[in-house]
Design a protein around this ligand. Structure first.
Ligand SMILES: Nc1nc2c(ncn2[C@@H]2O[C@H](COP(=O)(O)OP(=O)(O)O)[C@@H](O)[C@H]2O)c(=O)[nH]1
Ligand SMILES: [Mg+2]
Length: 593
């Protein structure tokens, strides 16, 4: 056995992946007491590999979004030149086997199509996403996915073909906005025909404050001269500067998605560059992904560092347990157990406060639901009133139609407001509880360090708990089942005033029913969300505390068992532990540099 502890024979890696690899190797060597560290380090390794980046492509119908995405993938997989169903996004993800998948709003199982032929996948998707083949989304599609091993997706980029903005239904815009908030960046596509519309400007006004990063590209420049391109870009810049008074980056890439796709299909590098897609691809994607990776790396690094510190402490404990006289060791173990009992009481106390907070949030939810019922009542009664004013009488079917179109818009908006309110409240609360939880865990660790006289490394204090790691598409089905009905025969026989009263009462009952159902939908969804979040938090906290306790107690107990072994075996063990401790501390230094 070598004795030079300082010159560890491991060649030090200088990147995070390398540090993680070596740390895992060290844990492997240390054996059974360190498997939980090994698992966590391996999980971090996995996370580093799959940090996804969500880029949404936005723009009005026919700007060339699907063509552009096809060009970036290098194959005509997405249907183009179709009237799109504006409520359905397509997520494009990396996968070795090329296929498309359709998920539905109801419980119906997802449909998949595996094929190497782009045309086949294209036709499969067209069946679900085009107005022609799936009028008014009769098939109840929620979203579609495309899986392909395209280079651009390799680094974890997820491309999203979004519903066209500025469409007939206002609530689609709302849905898009809610969704965008969780994307990493957006590419807004314009084209010459006409360069920009009111609807697009309105959308941008609302979207800009919500999206972290937005890039502009002018598409279909293949039929423009250089002078025309320049004039258009200048015009757009001027419009943006005037109408969108934000600190918007006004650079606008000029591209031709059609040429880009041609170039990819024929392998014509010159055309690829000319089409502007090379620049878009390289600059936008590489730059953004690099930036995201920096953030992800920082988070993984902080967690790695905390794990290394934890394992170093555990090694210290193992060494102490081998070196201290047995009776002293057992005495200290008893003292530590008392500390753990205190921690258990503290934990219970924290749990009670958490439950109280949860209960108050649920009460708030009930209040919100009550207010929403009243608000909805006023809103929809207003619609009846307006219709009566316009027609001079009650047109039952007109009112039903008006209600049916305004329901999704109204509730989509309320859903966004409600989510925002609860997100803010929940994250504020959990931040506080996170802080308490960290304190408690640190108390256990520092008690262990003190009692067993080992160096104390404070653990990571940043947030462990993360809300919403993936953007989700809001796929609520609002109940607007209001098909026109024939008036009841009896209505016709009644005098006008009585007839109108009957219809009025019928409409009020209908409103009442619809409000009950839709508010209940919303209340239920929020309740589930709250419950899940709190449950996850509690489970995660318990796990961390238990891990900390197990690490400490477990290390000592397993080491005590080893003390019955022969003296030279014990000293070999101590040697291994000390060597590993040095290696870990070197890795720590590397992480910090
Ligand atoms: N000339 C020209 N036409 C394009 C270009 N990109 C898309 N188009 C055409 O514009 C139409 C709409 O494209 P599509 O990708 O379906 O637009 P989307 O509705 O925004 O997804 C199709 O007929 C495309 O062929 C381009 O760069 N140049
Ligand atoms: Mg499209």
């Amino acid at each position: 056995m070598g004795t030079s502890l300082a010159n560890s024979n491991i060649s030090m890696a200088n990147n995070l992946e390398g540090i993680l690899n070596q740390a895992i190797e060290i844990m492997d060597r240390l054996g059974s007491g360190f498997t939980s560290f090994r698992e966590k380090l391996a999980a971090l390794q996995g996370r580093l590999g799959e940090g996804r980046f969500h880029l949404a492509v936005l723009g009005q119908f026919k700007r060339g979004k699907s063509t552009l995405l096809n060009a970036l993938m290098g194959e005509p997989l997405l249907p183009t030149a179709v009237v799109p169903l504006t409520a359905i996004p397509t997520f494009i993800r990396y996968d070795h086997s090329k296929h498309a998948k359709v998920s539905f709003l109801n419980q119906q199982p997802a449909q998949e199509c595996f094929s190497e032929d782009p045309q086949e996948l294209n036709s499969f998707l067209a069946k679900y996403v085009s107005e022609e083949e799936n009028p008014q989304n009769r098939l109840r599609v929620a979203f579609t996915e495309l899986f392909i091993a395209a280079d651009i997706l390799k680094q974890g980029v997820v491309l999203i073909d979004t519903p066209g903005i500025g469409s007939t239904y206002r609530h689609n815009t709302e849905t898009t906005l809610n969704f965008l908030q969780q994307c990493d960046a957006a590419l807004f596509l314009l084209s010459a025909d006409p360069p920009i519309t009111e609807a697009e400007l309105d959308f941008l006004k609302e979207a800009l404050p919500k999206i972290g990063k937005i890039f502009m590209a002018l598409n279909k420049t293949d039929y423009l001269s250089a002078a025309e391109k320049e004039a258009l870009v200048n015009f757009l810049r001027k419009v943006f500067a005037e109408k969108l008074d934000t600190g918007l980056d006004l650079s606008i890439l000029t591209i031709s998605a059609r040429q880009g796709l041609e170039a990819k299909l024929s392998g014509d590098l010159g055309l690829w560059e000319n089409s502007g897609l090379k620049e878009l691809n390289d600059h936008l994607i590489n730059f953004l992904v690099a930036e995201k990776n920096v953030i992800l790396k920082a988070a993984v690094m902080a967690k790695t560092s905390a794990l290394l510190a934890d394992s170093a402490m555990q090694i210290g404990l193992c060494i102490q347990s081998l070196e201290l006289p047995l009776n002293q060791l057992e005495e200290r173990l008893e003292i530590f157990k008392d500390k753990l009992k205190e921690a258990e009481t503290e934990k219970q106390f924290a749990r009670d406060i958490l439950n109280g907070d949860r209960k108050r949030l649920l009460e708030l939810l009930e209040e919100q639901a009550k207010d929403l019922r009243l608000k909805a009542q006023a809103h929809f009664e207003g619609i009846i009133q307006q219709s009566e004013d316009n027609l001079g009488q009650i047109g039952e079917n007109e009112v039903r139609k008006a209600l049916s179109t305004s329901i999704p818009a109204f509730f989509e908006h309320e859903l966004a407001a409600m989510s925002q309110l609860f997100d803010t409240r929940v994250s504020g609360l959990l931040q506080f509880h996170q802080y308490k939880a960290n304190d408690l865990i640190e108390a256990v660790r520092s008690a262990a360090a003190e009692i067993f006289e080992i160096p104390y490394h404070p653990g990571e204090r940043t947030r462990y708990f993360e809300l919403n790691p993936e953007p989700y598409w809001v796929t609520h089905q609002w109940d607007d089942s209001l098909s026109p009905i024939p008036p009841e025969w009896i209505d016709r026989l009644l005098p006008r005033r009585i007839r109108e009263n009957r219809i009025h009462r019928r409409l009020l009952r209908l409103i009442h029913l619809l409000i009950q159902r839709n508010v209940e939908n919303l209340r239920w969804a929020t309740l589930q969300n709250l419950d899940n979040t709190f449950r996850r938090f509690t489970v995660e906290f318990d796990q961390r505390l238990q891990d900390t306790i197990n690490a400490t107690q477990g290390a000592i107990k397993t080491t005590i068992l080893k003390r019955s072994e022969q003296v030279d075996k014990i000293s070999e063990e101590i040697m291994l532990l000390k060597k590993s401790a040095t290696e870990l501390s070197n890795l720590q230094d590397l992480l910090k540099s």
